[in-house]
Design a protein around this ligand. Structure first.
Ligand SMILES: Nc1nc2c(c(=O)[nH]1)N(C=O)[C@@H](CNc1ccc(C(=O)N[C@@H](CCC(=O)O)C(=O)O)cc1)CN2
Ligand SMILES: Nc1ncnc2c1ncn2[C@@H]1O[C@H](COP(=O)(O)OP(=O)(O)OP(=O)(O)O)[C@@H](O)[C@H]1O
Length: 208
């Protein structure tokens, strides 16, 4: 019988080539396309019951080529929701979330070629998620089973082991939705996806 399962090293190589390919496709996009996609996702998110009922939103400070989250921040704050942003470290793969009132309070930190805006633990309050909270999860690639590939730090997988009840929503564009993404044992599945596409706006994909 033929065994189609990839060895662990082949899985890592496979993930690496997917990361590279999606990053190249993203670079070829016009800023206007990213803004349009972000608007579609923002509008769809607002209609979701999970969003409407949530008191805390674990968001992310988008880098220029990612789905933008600043309008979500503004809307959520207007509705009295708490919005939190990730901070990496101090231990390997560790990530925590801090409540942020205004996006200008975030501070840029450089990780290789990535410039990520993060909260400052000496001015922001640590957020401990509770049931009913939602998390917007950035990523490079997703699949309909809730599989996800990020930048390869394992930050979200480690965080989600601690808070498996979080309603996790992966956000991205159609070219980021693959037939299947390679999964490792430590990978945590997302619960839903919001995927935008030029022709149909934004599709909500429920995993559970
Ligand atoms: N906007 C945003 N914030 C986010 C994420 C994200 O995807 N988007 N993350 C999602 O997980 C976390 C950050 N994840 C990271 C994962 C790996 C590396 C990393 O390996 N950096 C390399 C250089 C990479 C490069 O240059 O391309 C390094 O530090 O040397 C950095 C951040 C938390 N914050
Ligand atoms: N709970 C965990 N404990 C120890 N190692 C882990 C855990 N979760 C993930 N890892 C390891 O972290 C590394 C990166 O994981 P992976 O490739 O899934 O990252 P990613 O999901 O793309 O990254 P990110 O979440 O930061 O965007 C892998 O070597 C993986 O085995």
């Amino acid at each position: 019988m033929v065994n189609f399962t990839l060895s662990p090293i082949d899985q890592v190589i496979n993930k690496l080539s997917i990361r590279q390919s999606i990053r190249e496709q993203r670079k070829r996009q016009e800023q206007a396309e990213i803004e349009w996609a972000s608007k579609q996702i923002t509008e769809k998110l607002k209609t979701l019951e999970a969003y409407q009922n949530a008191t805390k939103i674990l968001s992310y400070a988008a880098m220029p080529l990612e789905i933008q989250t600043s309008t979500i921040h503004q809307k959520a704050r207007e509705e009295g929701k708490q919005v939190a942003y990730p901070l990496m470290g101090p231990n390997e793969g560790e990530m925590t979330f801090y409540e942020v009132d205004r996006l200008e309070e975030l501070e840029v930190h450089y990780y290789g070629s990535l410039a990520i805006k993060e909260p400052n633990p000496s001015c922001h309050t640590l957020i401990i998620p509770s049931k009913g909270d939602i998390m917007l999860v950035p990523g490079l690639a997703f699949d309909r089973k809730g599989g996800r590939i990020g930048y390869g730090g394992g930050f979200y997988d480690r965080y989600l082991i601690k808070y498996p009840f979080l309603y996790t929503i992966g956000v991205g564009q159609k070219f980021q939705l693959l037939e299947t993404v390679p999964m490792e044992e430590t990978d945590q599945l997302l619960k839903a996806l919001l995927i935008s596409d030029k022709s149909w706006g934004c599709e909500e994909i429920q995993v559970i």
